[in-house]
Design a protein around this ligand. Structure first.
Ligand code: URA
Length: 208
């Protein structure tokens, strides 16, 4: 029985990998908004297509645009520290992507038109990966799925009912935490650590 289950799991992973590859190929040719003119790389994803958690950030920065991988710059390194501290394995437990797949010049905030142009790729990723948990990392990701002018500080850390069968939580963006160094009780870094520990507990719960 276990052998059969492993075979089914492998098969479904293969199907996910193939579907994501196809979507990535389409995305790499994308010219749906003006950002294709200034991008070096399309930044599609990192981590495991089989992960239970999907983390959605804002958009690639300079390091991501240069390497083609999300969250590899300073913000990504800080995110990695928080993940390690909370026992979440970036490569195994997470599938990481962004609201936009191309870098906005000077890292400006994505426009609504850009978000709309990129939405089909993000929804495609969600429906292929089928995560059990989605983390909306920062204001742009949260506003794309909740309300246009929602404040991250008012909703972060709560389990939200946005997608059917997917537990969703908004968390602070690591760029914000790079500007806020305090780790005192109640500080943004302290809250981020608590939120990710709750996420780890949820991950253990659903893996049982
Ligand atoms: N900020 C993001 O939101 N995503 C990245 O990939 C890098 C920085």
């Amino acid at each position: 029985m276990n052998h059969l289950l492993t075979q089914i799991e492998c098969k479904s992973k293969e199907i996910k990998v193939a579907a994501l590859k196809e979507l990535k190929n389409v995305c790499q040719q994308c010219r749906a908004c003006e950002l294709y003119k200034t991008r070096t790389c399309v930044v599609f994803s990192d981590g495991s297509p089989d992960a239970k958690i999907m983390l959605i950030g804002e958009a690639p920065g300079a390091d991501e645009d240069a390497t083609g991988k999300p969250f590899v710059g300073r913000a990504g390194q800080l995110l990695n520290q928080f993940l390690v501290e909370s026992g979440i394995d970036r490569q195994k437990d997470l599938y990481i992507c962004n609201t936009l797949k191309c870098r906005p010049p000077q890292n400006r905030v994505p426009t609504n038109e850009e978000k709309q142009a990129c939405q089909a790729y993000l929804f495609g990723q969600i429906s292929i990966v089928k995560p059990r948990i989605i983390l909306l990392c920062g204001t742009t990701a949260a506003q794309s799925f909740i309300e246009q002018d929602i404040k991250i500080s008012s909703i972060r850390g709560k389990w939200l009912n946005i997608f059917e069968h997917i537990e969703t939580m908004a968390i602070f963006h690591p760029s914000y935490l790079l500007r806020n160094h305090s780790t005192e009780i109640g500080s943004p870094r302290w809250l981020m650590k608590n939120d990710l520990m709750n996420v780890k507990n949820k991950l253990l719960e659903i893996s049982d």
